[in-house]
Design a protein around this ligand. Structure first.
Ligand code: SF4
Ligand code: SF4
Length: 465
């Protein structure tokens, strides 16, 4: 037991404490904020006398009783959660980089406009088939294989996508397994036949759209330098109207788009049900990167603004979707210590057009992350290196209060920005922790609404009651 196990924080005027090991968060009033640190430090005697001038005896006794009950239930006293993420060998998700090429030239593209720093190329049918075979052979007892189509812009290679779906379904049938499909696309090439196909094959879809035209067109341009907002929005709206609105829209913000709340609101106001807007991941010296303390502080202020709007819209029964608050709210509603949220190189692999295997789609940027080739199989040593990573072995995460909430962040960002897989990427950590604290505040605000507000919130974030 000890203070080092507790993270006390005050956000938007409300006080909280988070148990670092169980990840459970408790809201505190001002008495709790005085008394709980004393209980955790073992200063049990004379507490009533010490705070008699500040609080009534009745309130103090009630608070001490509640504090002791929290400790009795094992919070701030339990030992560290055992590592519960055994090395997972069976491939469950194959990301096919069917196009290392793109019809756009977005200014913030981390993938060098789709080429990933190499030769522009499309995946051949032969490589696609080998990759699907490889994934099934290595899928062990996994019953369902997810196949994702990624790029660059995957729809530049639509014929191979069509063939991959037919081939994977066929193979799955023979093996008595199932295949399911996902795709991330810039949505510029969504013709009627393509929409028919992806709807018929029940694709999970992620469309890239940065929000209002003035923001989107600043970054997401074609090779002639023309903004793409008009066609992208039209295509996504057509898809939603004609087929289904069951897709995610993802936007990106940079140093040049400080009001990213406007992006989130724009996407929600289109009627899109699943919205994510995230910071661009760029090298610290990139003109659009968000890495300095000044930039981070501004970004945190904007998350504060978004949190206030999230609460107000929820109060008015017009809730907005924002992936990162929804995700943290679920973690707060059902605390569950986690050692990693990353399946890289274990259940998850990515394959490039030339047949190299990587731990995940993001890892493809650095060729040294390669963990094998379809012709020679896994490099078992390199694969195991990624598989064995979790928060307890990341030296840079040992002192972090959010370690079992976050699970150690993105390995690839650690490599890319710090040159050391064990050192977390500071801007990502700062933003993650701030969003989590804001989610605790959102939950407290919703709880204060009373009635069925918490049930409504659970439903809103996709939880069963
Ligand atoms: S659409 Fe995607 S892959 Fe293509 S340039 Fe833009 S960010 Fe890069
Ligand atoms: S990656 Fe950052 S936020 Fe996550 S556990 Fe490590 S230090 Fe904490």
């Amino acid at each position: 037991m000890g203070l080092d196990r507790a993270h006390f924080f005050t956000i938007q005027g409300k006080h909280f404490v988070c148990d670092v090991l169980t990840t459970q968060c408790f809201r505190l009033d001002s008495i709790g904020l005085s008394v709980l640190p004393e209980l955790l430090a073992g200063n049990i005697d004379n507490l009533e006398e010490k705070y008699a001038g500040a609080y009534t005896r009745g309130d103090l006794r009630k608070c001490i009783r509640e504090g002791k009950e929290i400790l009795r239930l094992g919070h701030f006293t339990a030992s560290a959660p055992p590592y519960s993420h055994p090395i997972y060998d069976h491939v469950a998700s194959l990301c096919l980089h069917v196009a290392h090429h793109c019809n756009l030239n977005c200014e913030y593209c981390y993938a060098d406009a789709g080429s990933f720093g190499g030769k522009r190329s499309l995946m051949s049918r032969e490589v696609m088939r080998k990759a699907v075979d490889f994934a099934f052979v290595n899928s062990g007892d996994t019953e369902e294989l997810f196949i994702g189509f990624f790029g660059g812009e995957p729809l530049l290679n639509f014929s191979v996508i069509q063939e991959a779906v037919a081939y994977a379904r066929d193979q799955a049938h023979h093996l008595k397994k199932r295949a399911r499909f996902t795709m991330s696309t810039n949505a510029t090439l969504l013709s009627r036949p393509i929409m028919d196909f992806i709807h018929q094959e029940n694709f999970s879809l992620l469309f890239s759209l940065d929000g209002p035209k003035s923001i989107h067109d600043k970054m997401r341009k074609d090779w002639k330098g023309q903004g793409t907002h008009t066609s992208v929005l039209k295509n996504i709206r057509t898809f939603a109207k004609r087929y289904s609105s069951d897709f995610t829209v993802r936007g990106t913000f940079t140093r040049t788009t400080p009001n990213f709340t406007d992006q989130v609101l724009f996407l929600n106001d289109q009627g899109f049900h699943s919205v994510s807007v995230e910071p661009a991941q760029l090298a610290p010296n990139h003109p659009y990167s968000i890495t300095s303390d000044v930039e981070l502080s501004r970004v945190k202020g904007e998350y504060d603004r978004l949190a206030n709007i999230y609460v107000e819209r929820f109060r008015q029964e017009k809730p907005i979707s924002f992936f990162h608050f929804d995700y943290c709210l679920k973690k707060l509603l059902v605390p569950q210590p986690t050692h990693t949220t990353c399946g890289a190189a274990g259940g998850f692999i990515a394959v490039t057009p030339d047949g190299r295997i990587f731990p995940c789609f993001e890892a493809v940027v650095e060729k040294e992350n390669c963990i094998g080739h379809l012709d020679t199989g896994f490099d078992k040593v390199k694969r195991k290196f990624f598989q064995r990573l979790h928060v307890d072995v990341k030296s840079g995460c040992k002192e972090c209060w959010a370690q079992y909430i976050c699970g150690g962040g993105c390995h690839v960002f650690s490599i890319r920005y710090n040159g050391d897989i064990h050192l977390p990427y500071y801007p990502q950590c700062e933003i993650f922790k701030h969003r989590f604290e804001l989610a605790a505040w959102i939950l407290a605000e919703v709880a204060d609404m009373g009635g069925t507000a918490i049930q409504r919130l659970k439903k809103h974030v996709g939880m069963k009651d």
